[in-house]
Ligand binder design. Structure first.
Ligand code: GTP
Ligand code: MG
Length: 418
């Protein structure tokens, strides 16, 4: 059944590296949260013993609760982000639609996309828009309404419209991938603003080029700017409209060699963002239009090969799938590294800070215990208890930190080596 196939595909999807790592790090932060709560209870229970702890220190521990909550909130929102750029009409919106397996974004001849469109999963199965200037959810009933709603908005080209689309309609959205469509890089004088606003947190960039011509200065210039602001951005080059080359079989091999060479040189020699070997796996020859139409047929239960197709369709379709596979590997690894490494570092810092406070407490209580004045005698009973709690807490904490650190590091290492 097609359902079984989808499931098989999903389980073997490289996106699961990110999905699993996210679940793991969320679980770890849940544990850190429990641990911080325990610590708060404990310091509050002894806060009357000002010889042991003063109110500033208690306050500091209490504040970690909010810090951890902040990190957990960010973690819950963390996703993988891919941004598409290229000249007007190169097929950016069509590529995204093909990946989403539906005609979601408006596409067409001439200058179509007039601002940044970010497609992300909605949890409640609804479709709606959010524009930058208001928090209002604008409901959209159908795809044609969506296109209409986007035209109605008087938008500045750097603005962002977020499109929420039901997660269960697409595996990319289900696995927390967010796709960003952009207007043509040739229509704006504001490339720097675009980069600052939309690119700094992107895990992967896709340059959608028109295979009928060669890479142009406008496209190249944009990525030069991107790689100045980001260290070694992950860039894929899609030579789109490749179906149109089918009518010129005498040139096709030569054109492919030439485009490949230029794209690889661009990534390796000009941008210096990857090695020759890596670059060879980043350049693809596809037809987004054919692929989208095949997938729409598939949704209707028709054969993807039905209807009129240009020569060589199976090869191009296969190449599109290869692109998707490489893209998924790349984005999940990159996102695990850029998003989770930071969080695990901060989690470690919090745990270590609390540990330090606990160590100090422990030392102070030891000192007090050794101080055998009558006055302290009364406190003594309490301290025995205190000491035990501290030992247990410190031990638990050590184990938790250790576990958290090694698990996260292993996860990251594994993700990176896969
Ligand atoms: P802007 O939003 O205007 O910058 O354009 P875009 O890059 O988003 O291009 P869009 O996806 O709107 O596609 C432009 C036109 O090219 C549409 O008419 C598409 O149907 C067509 N198109 C896109 N990809 C292909 C392709 O691979 N082959 C062919 N033959 N046509 C394509
Ligand atoms: Mg477009």
């Amino acid at each position: 059944s097609s359902n079984g196939d989808t499931r098989h595909f999903r389980e073997s999807s490289p996106l699961q590296i990110f999905v699993k790592a996210k679940k793991k790090i969320n679980d770890i932060f849940l544990e850190i949260n429990d641990y911080v709560q325990d610590s708060v209870k404990y310091v509050e229970s002894i806060q009357d013993y000002q010889v042991l702890i003063d109110s500033n220190e208690v306050q500091k521990i209490v504040e970690y609760v909010y810090k951890i909550k902040g990190i957990r909130d960010v973690l819950a929102r963390d996703h993988m982000k891919v941004a598409f750029f290229g000249r007007t009409s190169s097929g950016k919106s069509t590529v995204i639609n093909a990946m989403l397996r539906d005609k979601i974004l408006p596409s067409g001849i001439g200058h179509t996309t007039n601002c940044f469109l970010q497609v992300e999963g909605s949890d409640n199965g609804e479709t709606y828009l959010i524009t930058e200037d208001s928090a209002e959810r604008k409901n959209v009933k159908s795809v044609s309404r969506l296109a209409h709603a986007l035209c109605e908005e008087k938008l500045n080209e750097s603005q962002l419209v977020r499109i929420f689309w039901p997660r269960d309609k697409c595996s990319l959205l289900r696995d927390d991938v967010v796709l960003v469509d952009s207007p043509g890089v040739d229509i704006t004088p504001n490339l720097d603003e675009w980069i600052d606003k939309h690119c700094l947190d992107a895990d992967v960039f896709v340059l959608v080029a028109h295979a009928q011509s060669t890479l142009m200065v406008t496209e190249k210039n944009f990525f030069h700017k991107v790689s100045l602001k980001l260290s070694k951005p992950n860039i894929f080059v899609l030579n789109n409209h490749w179906d149109t080359s089918a009518s010129e079989p005498e040139y096709i091999d030569k054109a492919r060699v030439q485009h490949t060479e230029r794209a690889v040189d661009f990534l390796v020699k000009e941008l210096k963002v990857c090695s020759q070997k890596e670059a060879a796996e980043r350049v693809f020859f596809i037809s987004a239009k054919e692929c989208l139409s095949a997938r729409c047929k598939e949704q209707q239960g028709l054969s993807i090969q039905s209807g009129a197709l240009a020569e060589g369709f199976p090869g191009r379709y296969f190449e599109f799938q290869s692109f998707e596979r490489k893209f998924e590997e790349c984005i999940s690894k990159s996102a695990v590294k850029t998003k989770f490494e930071q969080h695990s570092q901060r989690g470690k810092t919090v745990a270590q800070d609390i540990r330090l406070t606990m160590d100090t407490l422990y030392e102070k209580s030891q000192k007090l215990k050794n101080d055998k004045t009558e006055e302290k005698k009364n406190v003594y009973e309490k301290l025995n208890y205190t000491e035990q709690r501290l030992l247990i807490l410190t031990q638990q904490m050590k184990e938790k930190i250790q576990q958290m650190v090694s698990e996260t590091e292993e996860k990251v290492k594994k993700a990176l080596s896969e």
